[in-house]
Design a protein around this ligand. Structure first.
Ligand code: MG
Length: 238
C-alpha cells in the first residue's frame, strides 16, 4: 500500500462488482468544509446513552465495567482496552453523537481512528481526514470497507464533529435475509448516506455476508487513539 495510492489490489470484490474492498482506484469523497458540528440536545423522547455524568449505559466487550474514562465530561477511548458497547440493544433508531479526534494527530498514517458500530456489526468510520487521505471506503462516515461517504465533511483534528444517523436493522426470516440494513447519515450536518444498504458486517480487507441477528447494542471502537465522545442519544423508530 503506497502513500500516494492508499488501498489494496488483492482484496475481495464488493457485491456490485465495481470496486474491491479498500479499492485504491475508487474515487475519493470531495472535501466540503462544514459550518460546524450539529449539536442537538436530547429531545423529550430520547434515550440518553451519555451525557457526561456516568457510563451506566455502557459495558466492555466481555460484559464487564467499561474501560474508557470520563474527562471533563467527555467519554474518552482508553487505548488498547477494547471497544465498549451499550448494555441495551437499540434496534431501528435515530442516533445522535458528537466526537473529536485528538488535537495532535502525531505522525500516524491514519490518525484519530475510532468508529460507531450500528447493531454491533456495521461500522461508520471515525478518522482524522482533515488533511490525511485514505482509501475511499475508509474515510470518516464510510460504511467501512463498503460505502464511502458522499462528501468528506471533516473538521480539523481536535474539533467537535457530529453524526446523525437513521438506522434500520436487517430483517431475517430464520436464516434468510429478507431485507438488508439501511441507513441515512449526516456528518456535521452534511448528508453522507441516503438509504444506503450495507452488504453485511464491516471488516478490514474482507467482505462478509449477513448472518441472522436481532436488535443489538451500539458499539464504539477502540482503535488505539484517544478519540472523545459527548452527547450520545437515540430515539427508537416505530
Ligand atoms: Mg475505525
Amino acid at each position: 500500500m503506497s502513500e500516494e495510492r492508499p488501498g489494496f489490489d488483492d482484496t475481495p470484490w464488493l457485491p456490485t462488482g465495481e470496486y474491491r474492498v479498500h479499492d485504491p482506484d475508487r474515487p475519493h469523497p470531495t472535501k466540503v468544509d462544514p459550518a460546524g458540528p450539529v449539536t442537538i440536545e436530547p429531545p423529550a423522547d430520547a434515550t440518553v446513552l451519555f451525557d457526561g455524568s456516568d457510563l451506566d449505559s455502557w459495558e466492555s466487550e466481555d460484559g464487564g465495567e467499561p474501560t474508557w474514562t470520563i474527562e471533563d465530561g467527555d467519554l474518552v477511548v482508553e487505548p488498547k482496552t477494547g471497544d465498549i458497547r451499550t448494555t441495551e440493544p437499540l434496534g431501528d433508531c435515530q442516533l445522535h453523537l458528537e466526537w473529536a479526534t485528538p488535537a495532535d494527530p502525531g505522525d500516524a498514517r491514519y490518525p484519530g481512528n475510532s468508529g460507531v458500530f450500528m447493531s454491533d456489526r456495521y461500522e461508520l468510520q471515525i478518522l482524522d481526514c482533515w488533511e490525511k487521505t485514505i482509501y475511499a471506503d475508509g474515510y470518516t462516515g464510510a460504511v467501512y470497507g463498503q460505502h464511502p461517504p458522499g462528501v468528506n465533511a471533516c473538521l480539523p483534528p481536535g474539533a467537535w464533529e457530529s453524526f446523525d444517523i437513521v438506522w434500520h436493522d436487517p430483517v431475517f426470516d430464520g436464516e434468510e435475509l429478507v431485507s438488508p440494513a439501511a441507513l441515512t447519515a449526516f456528518h456535521n450536518g452534511l448528508l453522507i448516506h441516503e438509504n444506503v444498504e450495507p452488504f453485511g458486517p464491516t471488516h478490514y480487507q474482507t467482505q462478509q455476508d449477513y448472518e441472522p441477528h436481532g436488535p443489538a447494542p451500539l458499539r464504539l471502537q477502540d482503535h488505539s487513539d484517544p478519540v472523545r465522545f459527548r452527547n450520545i442519544w437515540y430515539r427508537p423508530l416505530e
